[in-house]
Design a protein around this ligand. Structure first.
Ligand code: GLV
Ligand code: MN
Ligand code: MN
Ligand code: MN
Length: 405
């Protein structure tokens, strides 16, 4: 393992969690809400925070706060998340959490004392990998996700969010908009590994975020006729797998035709899912994104039409249902400019990835710092950041906190 970067150690933090939630089958990490790896990461975070003298609390929605000094309203809050996509990388989420702790450690070590309340905040289920809704903790906090709908969400094992919350010691009745928590946040800063090639192209280790694409998730259910793989003539079939296959190409074609848009089918489930069985139902999940809200909505309208035609061509039906939606985000301009100035004119960069800082931006000023990812790959074990670039990110965060606090 890499040697710690400092006495306290940015990378020692990443090293300490390097074995938590490894996914031997997929590669990388699968760290999902309230499952053993997530609980172990929370314990690790609490231990690290307590070692810095921070005061840890978990809010009504399962987000973890660590306060430096007295709790209070209008705090400078800095954080990210510790959960991952299935088979994700080591940096998406944890780099922001480890960097926040490291920046506070450095400020403490230099004798700095904050004049404003300050907390590190770790959001629950940013990736939506267990219950399907990305940025679950911040959506619940802001009220963007209805608590009743959240309680009824079900994971792949049929466990409801309500039951999973109870098992993790969170009262499901307390889930939902948390105005007291929002009042505590004067502004929110999130450092994140970059998820594309922007900083490679710019030749810079860090950037300040300018915007996030509009994005959402849709569940598409194809229904046909389950039957025997050997006994059913090819001409007699209504196979929803073929409807899904035609649709995937149509999704790609629709996105290509809509300049700058992105559309992905990354997940598929067949019922009943047997090699010698023609499926009765196939469900795929669509992730669609575009620079403007209207462009993303138009893309999904176009995809819905193409998917219906693809299903009809196979004698099947298709139902498209929205699971979540996030409008395009333009980060607070004054805060963004302030960060760029503090960081001596680092570039600004848009992103196609969603973040809790984007969800919170509808309620309060938020800003993000991106750290270069030399592979340009994310949501994959290939995601990476060099030690030098991670240290540049921490130095940037420390500098910004020193000015804001
Ligand atoms: C989360 O990282 C997302 O953009 O889907
Ligand atoms: Mn992610
Ligand atoms: Mn992330
Ligand atoms: Mn994200």
């Amino acid at each position: 393992m890499t040697a710690p970067a400092t006495a306290h150690g940015l990378l020692s933090g990443l090293d300490e969690i390097a074995d938590i939630g490894r996914d031997a089958r997929r590669g990388g990490y699968s760290r999902h809400l309230w499952q053993p790896a997530d609980l172990e990461l929370r314990d690790w975070f609490t231990g690290r925070a307590v070692r810095l003298g921070l005061d840890v609390e978990i809010d009504r929605n399962g987000n973890t706060w660590a306060w430096w000094g007295p709790r209070g309203d209008d705090a400078i809050v800095v954080g990210s998340h510790l959960d991952s996509v299935p088979g994700g990388g080591a940096y998406d989420g944890p780099l922001g959490v480890v960097s926040a702790l490291e920046a506070i450690y450095r400020l403490q070590a230099s004798g700095f004392r904050p004049a404003r309340p300050c907390a590190v905040l770790v959001f629950a289920e940013e990736e939506g990998s267990r219950f399907g809704i990305a940025c679950l903790g911040s959506r619940l906090m802001t009220g963007a996700l209805d608590a009743g709908r959240a309680r009824a969400l079900v994971d792949a094992d049929g466990i409801s969010l309500e039951a999973a919350a109870s098992a993790a010691g969170i009262d499901p009745a307390g889930l939902g908009e948390d105005r007291a928590a929002l009042a505590r946040i004067g502004l929110f800063l999130e450092l994140h590994v970059e998820q594309g090639r922007g900083l490679i192209d710019l030749g810079s280790p860090v950037a300040v975020a300018s915007s996030i694409l509009a994005h959402g998730r849709w569940r598409i259910t194809f229904t046909g006729e389950g039957n025997h793989a050997g006994a059913t003539r090819m001409t007699d079939r209504r196979d929803p797998m073929l409807a899904a296959a035609r649709s995937m190409l149509a999704v790609r074609d629709a996105a290509v035709a809509s300049t700058g848009s992105r559309a992905t089918i990354g997940r598929i489930e067949a019922v009943p899912g047997g090699t010698n069985v023609i499926s009765s139902q196939v469900t795929v999940w669509l992730d669609a994104r575009a620079a403007e809200d209207a462009a993303a909505q138009d893309l999904v309208t176009e995809i819905t039409a193409r998917v219906s035609a693809a299903a009809a061509a196979e004698g099947c039906t298709a139902v498209v249902a929205e699971e979540s939606w996030s409008g395009a985000v333009a980060f607070d301009e004054a805060l963004r400019d302030r960060l760029v100035h503090s960081l001596h004119g680092v570039p600004t960069l848009p992103t196609g990835a969603g973040h809790d800082a984007g969800v919170l931006s509808s309620r309060l000023p938020t800003a993000m710092i991106f750290v270069r990812n030399p592979t340009g790959v994310s949501h994959s074990p290939e995601e990476f950041a060099t030690l030098d670039d991670c240290l540049a990110g921490v130095a940037a965060l420390e500098q910004v906190l020193r000015e804001l606090l």
